[in-house]
Each structure stands twice: as structure tokens, then as C-alpha cells.
Write a protein that binds this ligand. Structure first.
Ligand SMILES: O=C(O)CCC(=O)C(=O)O
Length: 311
């Protein structure tokens, strides 16, 4: 599954791709959860009078795209709600992923509270993530914690449907680069993303990560990366899940919930208590994303990471 070359590439270049780590049969239960999340959303939006067609005839790759056309912000609402259901939790804590990240974080492993379902609908500016380092979204100093991210697409991804790009070796300066607020200094005014200026990205080191569904891109917390725009007709579903050693600083702004311990080196019978964590993390995500007090169909995000860079 993973070779020493993968481990070395991650260390030297800040990323590596493990091809076909998960089969479509393994991904299907998670896709079914996405389908349920979209279905529940459509029912609510219909009852609230936001949409007149629930698009129930469409599959998981088409339905949210149709809902987004009818009600702008639908994909953002699915993304920001951060609903962690059992099959996704199972995938996250799967031995296949843990055995790989162990190479970087050690034998004790936690899942980091910053994780995402990316419901990237076609041509949706707010679902196109500009150049950034993951550590920029955390507290100053957290970049010292080894925090690999596993980015997993649920369909084949390419330049046309919004695959990822990384800056090969861009983690090497071992520091967080200057980030700006897209809503202030970029073109997408209702965005919550941070971005690194194009001029700080060495073009010759940019790698475009076209991947098969179920392949996994592992990213170092300091490697600059972005996703391209989705010009296809389908929703580009993916998840990004982060890991670290439980003893290290998580750097999460709100700090209501700790990283969830997934593996203990001294207790092979240990299993994570997802139920307790689910509840805590949903509240924490609301706070982290500044969603706490607003109407549930308002898709603005006032993330707690913005203050760090709002100079
Ligand atoms: O999935 C995407 O479009 C962007 C993902 C990303 O930037 C991340 O995981 O940090």
C-alpha cells in the first residue's frame, strides 16, 4: 500500500499520493451518507420555501448541483454544516489511513477537529479554495505540530472538475507564509478563505494532482495547495481529514473539543468514542466558522481564523 518512497516523498516534497487506497465499495457507504445529508437539506429547504424542486430523481453527483442552481449557497451550507456520520468516521479511523500516517505522527494518533466534506458544485466560487497552507487556519505556533491531511476524492478528479494542486517542496521553509483574506483582497467577496498571493507561488514547482476515486493525497501542514475550479457538470465530492500525535498542540481556535484519540500504542483494544465527540465537534465547528447565531439558510461564514490575518 505505502512504500518508503511515499514516506520520503512526503518528507522531501510535502505531499504524496497513495493510489487506489480505497475501493468504490469502501467509499459507497460514505457517499450514501452524503446522499442522505443532501436529501435532508432538500427537505428542509423545500419546507422553508427556498426551493420548489427537491430534485429527488438525481444521484449524489448531480442533485446538489441542481439545488445550488436553484438556491445559491446550498453547497456552502452542506460543506460548513460539518456533519460527521458513522461511515465517514469509520473511514477516517480506518487502519489503512492510520497505518500510513503513523509514519509521520508516531504510533499514538488523534484526528484533528478541522476536517471537511467538500461538496464542490460546478462553477461555485466559494467552493474553489485558493492557495494556502493548512497551518494558516490555526493558531500561530501550531505549524510545528506534524499534522498530515488525507484528501480523498469520491470520483476521479482532474483539471476540469477541480482537482488539487500542490507546491512541491513548499513546506521546506518551515514557516507560515503571509496570507490575505479573500473577501478583502481577493475577487470573491463573500469568501472566508485565506490566500497566498500568486507571486509567492513558484510556478515551476506546481504539481497538478489528477487522481482516481479512492486514491489519497497526503499533505504536510505547511505545503501550499489549492483546488481548481470545477468546470464539469458533477459535484466533486471529497473529504479532508487531519491527524496528529495526541501529545502535540492542536492549534484549534475555539478549543472546545480536543482532537479525538484514534489509536493508543499501549492499548490495542482501544476504540474512539465517536458519539461523545460528534456532539462536541458540531458545536465547535459552528463556533469555529462563526455560524452560531444565524439563520440556517444564511451561508456567510465568519471563521475564527480570519482575525489572525485581518491586519
Ligand atoms: O477540496 C478542496 O477543494 C480543497 C481542500 C483543501 O484545500 C484542504 O484540504 O486544505
Amino acid at each position: 500500500m505505502i512504500s518508503q518512497d511515499h514516506v520520503d516523498q512526503y518528507n522531501d516534497e510535502g505531499y504524496t499520493i497513495v493510489e487506489n487506497l480505497f475501493s468504490m465499495e469502501e467509499l459507497r457507504p460514505v457517499l450514501n451518507e452524503f446522499d442522505d445529508i443532501v436529501d435532508e437539506y432538500a427537505e428542509k429547504a423545500f419546507s422553508a420555501g427556498k426551493i420548489t424542486n427537491k430534485h429527488s430523481d438525481k444521484d449524489v453527483f448531480k442533485r446538489l448541483a441542481a439545488l445550488e442552481k436553484d438556491f445559491k449557497g446550498s453547497s456552502v451550507l452542506i460543506h460548513t454544516k460539518g456533519q460527521l456520520r458513522p461511515e465517514l468516521a469509520k473511514l477516517w479511523a480506518s487502519p489503512k489511513l492510520l497505518d500510513i500516517v503513523e509514519n509521520w505522527v508516531g504510533k499514538d494518533i488523534s484526528g484533528h477537529p478541522v476536517w471537511n466534506i467538500r461538496s464542490k458544485t460546478p462553477q461555485t466560487a466559494r467552493m474553489t479554495v485558493p492557495w494556502h497552507q493548512d497551518s494558516a487556519y490555526l493558531k500561530d505556533g501550531a505549524e510545528k505540530t506534524t499534522q498530515p491531511a488525507a484528501w480523498i476524492p469520491f470520483l476521479d478528479v482532474n483539471k476540469n472538475n477541480g482537482c488539487m494542486q500542490v507546491v512541491r517542496g513548499g513546506h521546506k521553509p518551515e514557516r507560515v507564509l503571509n496570507h490575505k483574506l479573500e473577501k478583502k483582497d481577493g475577487s470573491v467577496k463573500d469568501s472566508w478563505y485565506l490566500f497566498i498571493e500568486e507571486q509567492d507561488i513558484p510556478e515551476e514547482d506546481v504539481i497538478t494532482c489528477e487522481m482516481k476515486a479512492g486514491s489519497v493525497l497526503f499533505l504536510h501542514q505547511l505545503v501550499p495547495h489549492r483546488s481548481l475550479e470545477n468546470f464539469s457538470e458533477d459535484v466533486r465530492w471529497s473529504v479532508d481529514l487531519r491527524f496528529q500525535n495526541p501529545k502535540d498542540e492542536a492549534g484549534f481556535h475555539t478549543g472546545l473539543v480536543d482532537p479525538i484519540i484514534m489509536r493508543k500504542s499501549d492499548d490495542s483494544s482501544y476504540r474512539p468514542d465517536w458519539n461523545a465527540w460528534f456532539k462536541g465537534v458540531e458545536e465547535d465547528h459552528k463556533k469555529f466558522r462563526g455560524l452560531s447565531k444565524k439563520d440556517e439558510f444564511d451561508s456567510t461564514v465568519n471563521g475564527s481564523w480570519l482575525d489572525r490575518w485581518d491586519k
